[in-house]
Structure formats: C-alpha cells, structure tokens
Design a protein around this ligand. Structure first.
Ligand code: FES
Length: 102
C-alpha cells in the first residue's frame, strides 16, 4: 500500500516541503532535479524543522544551529548533528509523491 504525500509540482528544488505522513509523522519532501527524497522533518539535534532551513543539492541545513544532513541517506554530514535522520522510500507517480509502505 502506498500513501500519497503531496503533488510533485508543489515540491520546488531548494525549498523542502513539510507534510504529514502516516501516523501523523511530520515528513520533509525534497526535490533534486527529477529525484524525490523524503526524510523525517525534525532535526535530530534540537527542536527545529529542517523544512525551514536551506537546501543545496542533496544537503539540507538546519535553521537553528546549522547542522547539515544528506537527504539521500539521512546521514549527518556536519556538526553539531550526530544522529542520522530517518529516511523513507518514495516515488513520483502520476504527478504525486507517494510513500512506499513500511
Ligand atoms: Fe538542528 Fe541544532 S537543532 S542543528
């Protein structure tokens, strides 16, 4: 079973979109070219939404302390973050971003 998160046209490169996923989880949807990536939306370091930070290519910058994550893997690539983000499998289908079943 797939879960529809949003329209692909609503996801702009460099501007991550926060959406509500299954079990009311706050998720972040990223566009890099024609690729889509989905991670948890909250920074693992503190109380901040990564969707309010900047995105450059595959990197998202936390707005609070400047930590950086790779949206492909969720890996923390710059301090002060040390804990990886959870990532989710997603695809673009018929103009929508769909989350694969867990
Ligand atoms: Fe994100 Fe501190 S809350 S780096």
């Amino acid at each position: 079973m797939t879960v529809r998160l949003c329209q692909w046209s609503d996801v702009l490169e460099g501007i991550p979109l926060r959406v509500v996923g299954p079990r009311s989880r706050q998720l972040a949807v990223f566009r890099v070219g024609e690729e889509v990536y989905v991670t948890e939306a909250a920074c693992t370091h503190g109380r901040a939404w990564l969707t309010e930070g900047g995105q450059q290519g595959h990197h998202v910058h936390c707005p609070l302390h400047g930590g950086v994550f790779d949206v492909r893997t969720g890996a923390s690539v710059s301090p002060p973050c040390t804990v990886a983000l959870r990532t989710y499998r997603a695809r673009v289908e018929a103009g929508f971003v769909n989350l694969a079943a867990e």
